[in-house]
Design a protein around this ligand. Structure first.
Ligand code: ZN
Ligand code: MN
Length: 449
């Protein structure tokens, strides 16, 4: 029987929360672009005797993220110390969560193809503190502790992802939801969302798209550290899949290790052998009390959730008869969704159909920023009351376009039929979208045969 190679991918994602203050002290959490070491105190510098106090907002936001992703919220949670030495971690340990995180057993549905829905299980979401930042210079390494102690939410998926493409769809959707929750900018370039894919490849006689039992998974996995763009995540995953298949084809097993991503050479490289949890000597953080929730507190946080993109999209499709693609485009960011919704009240008064607004917003040329909602509605109302392009004018525009694009016209006449749509597009553009596209198409056809 011929065997096939099945990629098995899990993701670990770190997201910096945009709380006003840091996770365990009162320093500002907004560290990006600030003068080094200007936002520190004994606590986030790890000085002896300084005591942490947990940031309530960060804890609540993490639970809200869990609720938005269908997680169970255990009523008892605690912080733990994860011990390791690195210069950007002045205490010698990171306050994190080990066996009792805030959120467990969630899921997120992704749509890899237009039709099929796939569920990616989320193992856990926990809260920890970010480290300082190292700056490597020619003959020295400098440390900036402004980022030390910034609240960092870590989400871990089950290894349910089967391709780089699925990983990217998952990441984009996660980013969208977190932005809707308004708890992080998830700005990959500023490092407020960082990705660590875990990749292994299963040699199997029948590849499966469904979730595998733990005992069916490969006996090793390779973690690629700290990737800061969706494109690099995709490339690094594909690189690892190919590298590991080569090893498996020789009959060997890839080494379990942590690798880095070299974005100039487009390769991963070995960094260190992967440590096990026991290497970190986790133990409960003695300086912070455990967290005990009441069911009522969790219910209250659930009530604070905004309407999430999937629900919004479905509602717009049902209520306003938007096309799925239109609704998805308008709901892409909380800003675009809010804009569309801000037009609705005014549209109703002006008797303009929401689907007409959707079209106007989506088809707007990228170099024309959207006006305030009121102006957009006025524009649409004016366009409606204006007479559409007269037949004589349309005739003129069509002739102009035929003159202006002789190459395309010649090719169309030679049989490149899809160029007709290009010409129709030009007529529409010339008429600022006011011509009737069907009439324009007929007229062009007529003139060009
Ligand atoms: Zn501090
Ligand atoms: Mn972490």
């Amino acid at each position: 029987m011929k065997s096939a190679y099945q990629p098995i991918i899990g993701l670990e994602i770190h997201i910096e929360l945009k709380t006003a203050s840091k996770m365990f002290c009162a320093c500002p959490a907004d560290h990006f672009g600030k003068l080094p070491n200007t936002q520190t105190c004994p606590t986030c510098l790890g000085l002896p005797g300084a005591l942490p106090v947990a940031n309530k907002k960060a804890v609540e936001w993490t639970v809200m993220a869990g609720l938005a992703l269908g997680c169970e919220i255990p009523l008892f949670a605690k912080f733990d110390r994860k011990n390791y030495f690195y210069p950007d971690l002045p205490k010698g340990y990171q306050i994190s969560q080990y066996d009792l995180p805030f959120c467990v057993n969630g899921e997120l549905d992704i749509k890899p193809q237009a039709s099929s829905l796939k569920t990616i299980r989320i193992r856990r979401i926990h809260l920890e503190e970010d480290t300082g930042k190292l700056q490597h210079r020619a003959n020295a390494t400098l440390i900036d502790f402004n980022r030390s102690g910034v609240p960092l939410m870590e989400l871990v998926t089950e290894p349910d992802i089967r391709s780089a493409e699925e990983a990217k769809i998952f990441l984009k959707k996660l980013q969208q939801i977190v932005r809707y929750l308004d708890i992080s900018d998830c700005d990959m370039e500023k490092g407020s969302m960082r990705i660590e894919p875990n990749v292994s490849v299963l040699k199997t006689s029948k590849p499966q798209t469904s979730n595998l039992k733990p005992q069916a998974l490969p006996k090793y996995k390779v973690e690629v550290k700290n990737i800061n763009s969706f494109r690099f995540a995709e490339k690094a995953i594909n690189y690892e899949i190919a590298r590991q298949i080569k090893i498996l084809e020789k009959g060997d097993t890839p080494v379990q290790e942590t690798r880095g991503w070299d974005e100039t050479k487009n390769v991963t490289f070995s960094q260190r052998l992967k440590e096990e949890a026991m290497d970190y000597r986790y133990f409960p953080e003695p300086d912070l009390p455990p967290i005990r929730w009441t069911g009522g507190q969790i219910d209250n946080l659930r009530k604070c959730l905004p309407e999430l993109p999937d629900v919004k999209i479905l509602r717009w499709i049902t209520d306003f008869k938007l096309l799925n693609t239109q609704a998805e485009q308008l709901a892409a960011t909380p800003g675009s969704a809010a804009y569309f919704e801000s037009t609705l009240q005014l549209a109703k008064a002006a008797k303009i159909d929401p689907s007409a607004i959707a079209k106007a917003v989506i088809n707007r040329p990228t170099n024309q920023p959207l006006p305030p909602a009121r102006l957009l509605i006025e524009e649409l109302a004016a366009r409606r009351s204006r007479p559409t392009v007269s037949d004589a004018d349309l005739e003129k525009i069509v002739s102009q376009i035929i003159e202006r694009f002789p190459d395309q016209v010649a090719k169309y006449k030679l049989g490149k039929e899809n160029l007709l749509e290009f010409l129709v597009g030009q007529v529409m553009k010339e008429s600022r979208g006011e011509a009737n596209a069907g009439k324009a198409r007929d007229l062009l056809k007529h003139k060009l045969t």
